[in-house]
Ligand binder design. Structure first.
Ligand code: ZN
Length: 312
């Protein structure tokens, strides 16, 4: 139950267990007040060493950190890159990140998938770190929500949806590609086990809808909002963390798409978006209803869209 929100869609099954070897690198840099040094913070296990090199993972994280403005860096995060035996995951208990890759099919396309996956998981660590820093009661209130262990707890669903939105936004701001995730998922036909949907078949393909829940561009299609509204009437949809905030995703990309090519604008986006999502997490902590209504979800998207409009 507790692990569901942490174990996101980006991984799959494999049969080989990992054995660990630690690679090292001399890359390090200083950013703002935090010691910014990935040396020793990333482990590429032996089974993953035909994938991207350690240095590529480091460079991606350095790029991400260069886009955070004054947000805090999760310096406690340790990254392990291993085989796809385990889901790619951010663990909020110890801030660790695991990236599961499939090195036997190493290619430039796979390499992009692996780096984008790392990008997304690391962004979860950034979000959590900054929530803890900006909401004094966050740790205790979330623990209380966690402890009541309600099935499909609306507060947990909203929290997960906001976490996923932030992680996808950080990744898209880094890649400047709004379809990073549909492309990533489509390029991982072997990685099609959707933990969140409870699908146990590791060989099935993602549905069209699941791919598109991660897209930031579909809102440009006529009728997109109407389709979303009508799907929202289904209980299943109201529990899907990627589906819930589609209008906000679309709005986000619509606002930044013509400006993100400016390096100075790109560097401001994440810092401007964080307080908006953080504010909604604070609201979520007070959410005590038994279920999410359509109106709750509509209102959340409306608030997010209005706030994004003001800052982007
Ligand atoms: Zn995620």
């Amino acid at each position: 139950m507790r692990a569901i929100w942490m174990s996101m869609i980006l991984s799959s099954m494999a049969i080989l267990g990992p054995s660990i070897s630690i690679a090292s690198s001399d890359i390090c840099a200083q950013v703002l007040d935090d010691t910014f040094d990935f040396n020793g913070r990333i482990i590429v296990e032996e089974k993953a060493q035909r994938g991207p090199r350690l240095q590529e993972y480091q460079e991606r994280l350095m790029l991400v950190e260069s886009l955070l403005g004054n947000l805090k860096r999760p310096t406690e995060t340790r990254v392990t890159v291993g085989h796809l035996t385990i889901f790619s995951v951010f663990d909020r208990n110890d801030f660790s990140v695991y990236v599961g890759i499939q090195p036997q099919t190493a290619s430039w396309k796979r390499s992009k998938v692996d780096l984008d996956t790392l990008n997304h998981e690391y962004a979860h660590a950034i979000f959590e770190k900054n929530l803890l820093a900006s909401i004094p009661q966050f740790r205790d209130q979330y623990a209380a929500i966690d402890a009541r262990a309600r099935e499909n707890d609306p507060a947990v669903i909203l929290y997960t949806a906001l976490h996923e939105l932030f992680a996808d936004i950080v990744t898209v701001v880094t890649t400047k590609n709004p379809d990073t995730f549909p492309e990533l998922l489509a390029a991982s036909p072997e990685a099609l086990k959707s933990f969140e949907l409870g699908v146990q078949d590791s060989h099935r393909e993602f549905t069209f809808e699941e791919l598109n829940y991660r897209s930031m561009t579909l809102g440009a299609h006529p009728g997109a909002l109407k389709s979303w509204s009508s799907l929202l009437k289904q209980t299943e949809s109201k529990q899907h963390p990627y589906f819930l905030l589609l209008p906000a995703r679309w709005k986000f990309w619509g606002l930044v798409r013509n400006k993100i090519s400016s390096a100075s604008y790109q560097k401001q986006i994440i810092e401007r978006v964080f307080p908006i999502l953080s504010q909604e997490v604070e609201r979520m902590l007070e959410f005590s209803q038994d279920s999410l209504s359509e109106a709750d979800v509509q209102a959340l998207n409306y608030r997010l869209m209005k706030s994004l409009e003001q800052v982007l």
